[in-house]
Design a protein around this ligand. Structure first.
Ligand code: AMP
Length: 392
């Protein structure tokens, strides 16, 4: 086997990270020896006109792009492929070396993540076909939340019905919550095992988590990534009776309501735009719908910060991450404003400074540190993959 020395130790230092989403495949090649990233890219609009026909074709495009640069899957420097897999169910609570049985189990979880797990499975299949001898590792979006206690993950519905259909809260974005909670502790110069952090992952999808001493104890997404915060196109929390009402009174079919809540709600549903930059621009012009969308978004966020403060008891830091969290000083200011009674005091000057590095944006005297911590899911996946494959 290539990439090993005579004792069988892995000498290859690179990990290819594949993130097969519902309509795109993102890839990054990371070198764990020097921290460099020799290649990165994305194949978008899968299944749309002008895009790749399907995930298999998209992955072959990725492999061809890498090969054209002399970085193909046959490269002896490649130690493993790390796959982001969205749903690990109750079984997968740690990064897992993929074999036929694991692949079949990931496939069986498809009903819990119909848009994502099949795409992840295709990614794994194509990579295995191209390089059968190479270790492939699945890193699950749900895994970091496996420490959430039962009283937090269980829905208050009939237990037998819930268990028969695997209905419970799982949580997602786990790789990001894991990375950011640890990076926040590092930023504060403290051991992750001794700090309590609320992580606010605010991207197009958005979720919050409460992390006590490095372990996740609560998170906002549920059975699917629909629950919780207001997102770009997803509603987040609502009374489940809204669904019955829309079916009975609105005459909508289940599939239509699914599309409504996942694709035509959230910021987009409220004001016609799901990009926070566009919403900020419209707000500056006095646009009432954009302002309302922003206010609904921030109100939900504040409710979660309050709830998670109560869950944790003591909060050391609140970390903002992902597209909105890292870039929107306005969202951070609105979400953290008036929380002095909770020990939170933002520094308006620090908060307004743009940057790409992790930084503290709270005032010197703030009991709770507020931080902006850029997430790096690819690095986290690569590290977990490399560590599993090499034991280092
Ligand atoms: P992500 O899913 O993490 O890539 O985040 C994507 C979202 O981040 C976009 O939909 C935007 O709403 C938001 N975003 C990106 N850049 C900015 C910015 N400079 N200001 C406000 N929001 C931003």
């Amino acid at each position: 086997m290539t990439g090993h020395n005579r004792e069988g130790t892995v000498t290859a230092t690179r990990v290819l990270v594949l993130n097969s989403g519902s309509s795109s495949v993102k890839y990054q090649l990371l070198d764990m020896a020097d921290g460099s990233r020799p290649a990165a890219g994305i194949v978008e609009r899968i299944g749309e006109p002008g895009g790749a026909a399907d995930h298999a074709e998209a992955l072959k495009t990725v492999a061809a792009e890498l090969a054209a640069r002399g970085l193909g899957l046959d490269s002896p420097e490649l130690a493993a492929v790390g796959h982001r897999v969205v749903h690990g169910g109750t079984r997968f609570t740690a990064p897992t070396l993929i074999d036929d049985e694991v692949l079949a189990a990931v496939e069986e979880l498809a009903p819990l993540a119909p848009l994502h797990n099949p795409a992840n499975v295709t990614g794994i299949r194509v990579a295995r076909d191209l390089r059968p001898d190479l270790p492939q590792v699945a890193v699950f979006d749900t895994a970091f939340h496996s420490t959430v206690p039962e009283h937090a993950y269980r829905y208050a519905i009939d237990r037998e019905t819930a268990d028969a259909h695997q209905v419970r809260r799982y949580g997602f974005h786990g790789t990001s919550h894991a990375y950011v909670s640890r990076a926040t502790a590092r930023l504060l110069g403290r051991d992750p095992a001794e700090v309590n952090v609320i992580v606010l992952h605010l991207g197009n999808g958005a979720s919050a988590s409460a992390v006590r001493g490095g372990e996740c104890v609560e998170t906002s997404m549920g059975l699917t990534p629909l629950e919780g915060l207001v997102m770009g196109t997803r509603s987040g929390d609502l009374d489940p009776a809204v669904v019955f009402h829309l079916a009975r009174v609105g005459g909508m079919r289940v599939a239509e309501i699914d599309t409504l809540l996942n694709k035509r709600s959230g910021l987009l549903g409220l004001c016609g735009d799901n990009d926070m930059r566009e919403i900020a621009r419209r707000m500056a012009e006095g646009d009432a719908a954009a302002q309302l969308a922003f206010d609904v978004y921030v109100h939900r966020l504040r409710k979660y910060v309050g709830a998670y403060t109560a869950v944790l008891g003591r909060v050391d830091a609140i970390a903002f991450t992902a597209g909105v969290g890292e870039n929107s000083a306005a969202v951070r200011a609105a979400a953290m404003g008036g929380l002095e009674a909770l020990g939170v005091e933002l520094d308006p000057v620090r908060n307004a400074v743009r940057g790409s590095a992790a930084r503290v944006v709270s005032a010197g005297g703030s009991r709770v540190a507020v931080a902006v911590v850029p997430t790096d899911e690819e690095l986290e996946i690569a590290q977990q993959t490399y560590s599993l494959v090499t034991g280092r």
